[in-house]
Design a protein around this ligand. Structure first.
Ligand SMILES: C[C@H](O)CC(=O)SCCNC(=O)CCNC(=O)[C@H](O)C(C)(C)COP(=O)(O)OP(=O)(O)OC[C@H]1O[C@@H](n2cnc3c(N)ncnc32)[C@H](O)[C@@H]1OP(=O)(O)O
Length: 739
């Protein structure tokens, strides 16, 4: 039974939410609550009622996969029932009460909380609002600024803070249930629905507090519609409307949001994050990670070291030369010192961090580490050499990981006696800030290695996905056509500013040209150089290269490479000065020269075309990656783009966007048009080479054929089609193709 009842010897009835793992309010729990609760109300032996949760959570909120059912069920009978109880009701908060859980607690007449519990309304993170009476109850107990912070920003309050803000009545000091029962017996029924909204809250609304709260929320997430709906609910609560009239407004706004694509996108991401941790076939117990070795104290190595140290894990940071090591340590120290200065880090923590980080030049210091991550320059022979050195100096079962972003990891691992110890751990720059981690599975990685790699991602709080060992893995492989088309659009007539602005308007954190300067313009250039491929006559040709090759040949790699001529900053497509940047006039002149050299007459390019040309080939590449089996499911790709490349969360990631915003058929049709245009270009103009990224993926074609087919909540049509695809044996050589 998801809601169980019992009666204590003191005459207090207890109803327990019991629906593991988080006591979410699904149909079963709500139905059983509505059956069981009246039994306590009607039982003459019961003097008062306590509502509590089983396990570590009070309640994690409404069941995320059942919102449509919830709306169909209509107004909130469960909370009305608790509120209207003639016997005093007390919520005994044994753990977090979130979303619908917070609302159940506010439906009770009083709240008694265990010290480590909390009350929160994280619905906004799912593109929603507390639609189970929360927007009308919270402003009746808490000051408006607190209520706004909790609901507009989704910030929970710990028990003590909740008590200070009038949300919790008592923080228990001992036996929670006993104290809640005693509180219930000594207080009369007092439903929040009958309380007036405090006058100060009404004054604040009249004085414009809601407008300024909305401005802050919109600035933080401009594409989201939920904050506007939340404000309408607060307005209703603090106006002359009755509690019931306020609920009517709340229900209308909630229903609008539940069926919005933005909320569907955010719910998809919530489930995607949890799903990504479950990699098919990767099910061994992870090895303990008590000490980590990092090889290479540069920007990446240093950032990776910080991730572990900040979780209290000792790190040995090795480099080959004292000056390189010193400069790496100085950079780390200055980052932590900066946090200390800003008050974001305590002195104790700063000292603890420094104590956990051991710089060394000696491989012998790797003797007792459980994992080594190498972050040396992207040169195949160097990687192979350091792998051999690591093998000689580590325990035989220590994992050996590479942070390469472009080299073939199977080739690197082949030098070892035991390549099953190897996997890729592709961090994103700056590694201590960026949330994404692509764990790369080679053909020989053992299940123990992979399980440990996934556990490592969780340990350092990364959004971690598992991918196969293909060129560029998932993120950069999809980025290549995006970056290629950005450059092609410039040659056709768009300006740098227009391309970036169109991508930003779409919702990207930054445009492709600014991204190139941030990550370094030289990455593809170096890869082509390393592959001895400067002639670009390969199937991995990704758009024109003249402009960026010209930059790279002069060392203008972007923000990453300080240029002594320009104070403290680099030079690439843009000239950067602090946070400001302007397109380098020399780049504009060079672009003109390239256009003339290739006989291109600039034309007017629309923003719509820019968005389609940037994102459709990127999405097509995602389909090819799925089709070839280099990733388990489409939502892993979505996570990669949201957390690694600044794709807008409200669009749910590129694959969700394809399925729910544009539709497969439209993308397919457009790709065919772009493909024909590109083919015409290279047949007519010998300065251009054929591109392959517009050639439609077979999986995309299969999805287009099934467009509109209904799938269960939490599923995507792409994955349903993919499953059939893989079953039919049409999938490629990647490690997930048979799963
Ligand atoms: C009308 C109402 O106002 C609308 C609502 O209530 S909307 C829902 C509001 N609630 C939320 O947003 C809370 C969402 N959940 C969370 O933030 C976190 O899961 C948590 C803090 C509750 C627990 O975190 P943590 O201990 O790290 O465990 P976590 O891995 O996230 O979750 C455990 C499992 O519970 C599931 N789960 C958590 N909350 C859930 C929910 N509200 N509905 C369905 N499943 C949920 C997770 O999917 C996961 O499932 P899995 O084991 O199959 O992967």
């Amino acid at each position: 039974m998801p809601a169980t009842i019992s009666v204590r010897p003191d005459g207090v009835g207890v109803i327990t939410l019991d629906s593991p793992p988080v006591n979410s309010l699904g149909t079963e729990l709500v139905t059983s609550f509505k059956q069981e609760f009246p039994k306590l109300v009607q039982d003459p032996k019961v003097k008062a009622i306590v509502v509590t949760g089983k396990g570590a959570m009070f309640c994690g909120g409404a069941e995320i996969t059942e919102f449509a059912v919830m709306v169909a069920m209509g107004p909130e009978k469960m909370k009305d029932m608790i509120d209207a109880s003639p016997k005093t009701t007390v919520a005994a908060l044994n753990g977090p009460a979130l979303g619908g859980g917070g609302e159940v607690s506010l439906a009770c007449h009083y709240r008694v909380a265990a010290p480590n519990s909390s009350v929160g309304f994280p619905e906004v993170n799912l593109g929603l609002l507390p639609g189970g009476q929360g927007t009308q109850r919270l402003p009746r107990v808490a000051p408006l600024p607190t209520a706004m912070q909790m609901i507009l920003q989704g910030k929970p309050l710990k028990s003590d803070a909740a008590k200070k803000n009038g949300i919790v009545d008592l923080v228990a000091s001992g036996d929670l249930l006993a104290e809640a029962a005693e509180f219930a017996l000594s207080h009369p029924p007092a439903p929040i629905s009958k309380r007036e909204v405090p006058k100060t809250n009404r004054f604040m609304v009249a004085a414009g507090a809601l407008e300024s709260g909305l401005n802050t929320a919109v600035k933080a997430a401009p594409l989201m519609v939920a904050p506007r709906s939340i404000i309408k609910c607060f307005e209703a609560a603090c106006s002359k409307k009755s509690f019931r009239e306020g609920l009517q407004v709340e229900m209308e706004e909630f229903t609008k949001l539940v069926f919005s694509v933005e909320s569907a996108a955010l719910r998809h991401l919530f489930l995607a994050e949890r799903m990504a941790q479950k990699v098919p076939g990767v099910d061994e117990k992870p090895a303990p990670l008590k000490k980590i070795g990092i090889l290479g104290a540069g920007l990446m190595g240093g950032g990776i070291a910080m991730c572990f140290v900040q979780k209290g894990i000792p790190v040995v940071l090795k480099d080959a030369q004292q000056d390189w090591l010193d400069s790496g340590m100085k950079k780390i120290e200055s980052l932590w010192a900066g946090q200390l200065k800003k008050g974001r880090l305590s002195k104790d923590k700063y000292q603890q961090y420094m104590g956990l980080l051991k710089p060394t030049l000696d491989y012998a210091d790797f003797k007792d580490v459980d994992m080594v991550i190498e972050a040396v320059p992207e040169i195949m022979d160097l990687k192979k050499q350091v792998f051999l050195d690591i093998e000689k100096n580590t325990k035989p079962d220590a994992l050996i990981c590479t942070n390469t972003s472009g080299l073939n990891i199977d080739d690197i691992a082949a030098v070892l006696k035991d390549p099953s110890r190897v996997m890729g751990t592709h961090f994103f720059s700056p590694a201590n800030v960026m949330q994404l981690l692509e764990n790369v599975r080679t053909s020989k990685s053992s299940i123990r290695t992979l399980s440990t790699g996934m556990a490592m991602g969780k340990l350092i709080s990364k959004k971690c996905i598992m991918v196969g060992n293909c060129d560029g893995f998932v993120g950069n492989r999809m980025l290549a056509p995006y970056a290629g088309e950005a450059k092609m659009l410039l040659e056709e007539g768009a300006s740098v500013e227009q391309v970036d602005a169109a991508a930003v308007k779409f919702g990207m954190a930054m445009g492709p040209m600014a991204l190139g300067d941030l990550v370094g313009q030289e990455i593809f250039w170096k890869q082509r150089k390393a592959a001895n491929d400067m002639k670009k006559q390969t199937k991995t040709y990704y758009g024109p290269y003249e402009l960026t090759d010209w930059l790279c040949e002069q060392g203008r790699f972007g923000l990453k490479t300080p240029d002594p001529k320009i104070k403290a900053n680099g030079r690439g497509i843009f000239i950067h000065r602090g946070r400001d940047k302007m397109v380098d006039p020399e780049v504009v002149a060079k672009l003109d020269e390239v256009r003339k050299m290739k006989g291109m007459v600039p034309r007017q390019v629309t923003d719509e075309e820019i968005v389609e040309r940037l994102f459709y080939p990127l999405i097509n590449e995602g389909f090819k990656i799925l089709e070839e089996g280099y990733v388990a499911r489409s939502s892993d790709i979505d996570l990669a783009y949201i957390y690694g490349y600044g794709f807008p969360p409200s669009k749910g990631g590129p694959m969700f966007f394809a399925e729910n915003y544009t539709g497969f058929k439209k993308i397919l049709e457009k790709l065919k048009v772009f493909d024909a245009q590109a083919k015409e270009r290279y047949t007519k103009n010998s300065q251009y080479l054929p591109v392959h990224y517009f050639e439609p993926s077979k999986l995309l074609e299969a999805c287009a054929a099934k467009e509109g087919t209904k799938v269960f909540p939490g599923q995507t049509l792409i994955d349903v089609v993919l499953k059939e695809f893989r079953k039919s044996g049409s999938a490629g050589a990647g490690p997930f193709s048979k799963l």
